[in-house]
Design a protein around this ligand. Structure first.
Ligand code: IDP
Ligand code: MG
Length: 156
């Protein structure tokens, strides 16, 4: 099972899309194992987006991400990182496919609603930035055996 960091960005929170976006992850069968509404500090934004520091959009990105509350979530499932990225859609709202979160809820290229870790290494790093010890939970879901085929002993 993988756990990925998802952030509902300030535009998603301000536009009232938290519930609908969370529902998409729950509907898919992914498990929400951590969640908090928070303001991102300058320092945290800088650490989170350190790979983009040299980009022209960096200053605007940090300003956007620190401008208003975000909802951060830890989301778990088999292949959760790739599945979440597919559900998010392409980076730019202007060309994200219909059916994806970015494709259905926005048109902007910078205000693109959602962040998702793009690799297991990034997920581990980012979960560590946004969640303290004990804030990402391990708990059994009553529906687990209907979300996955467990007949082989492993989630299929
Ligand atoms: P991703 O969020 O799809 O992984 P990245 O390339 O990692 O996309 O970029 C991080 C974030 O930076 C994007 O989600 C978006 O908010 C912003 N961003 C990326 N490219 C641009 C751009 O060309 N103009 C404005 N903002 C951008
Ligand atoms: Mg990225």
């Amino acid at each position: 099972m993988e756990t990925t960091l998802i952030i509902l960005k300030p535009d998603a929170v301000q536009r009232g899309f938290m519930g609908r976006i969370i529902s998409r992850f729950e509907d898919k069968g992914l498990q929400i194992v951590g969640a908090k509404l928070m303001m991102i500090s300058q320092e945290l934004a800088a650490k989170h987006y350190e790979a983009h520091q040299s980009k022209g959009f960096y200053a605007g990105l940090v300003k956007f991400m620190t401008s208003s509350p975000v909802l951060v979530m830890a989301i778990r499932g088999n292949d959760a990182i790739a599945i979440s990225r597919k559900m998010m859609g392409a980076t730019f709202g202007s060309n994200a496919e219909p059916g994806t979160i970015r494709g259905d809820f926005g048109v902007s290229n910078s205000f693109n609603l959602i962040h998702g870790s793009d690799s297991p290494e990034a997920a581990e790093r980012e979960l560590g930035l946004f969640f303290n010890n004990g804030e990402v939970l391990n708990f059994d879901r009553a529906i687990e055996n209907w979300v996955y085929d467990m007949s082989g002993g492993e989630p299929e």
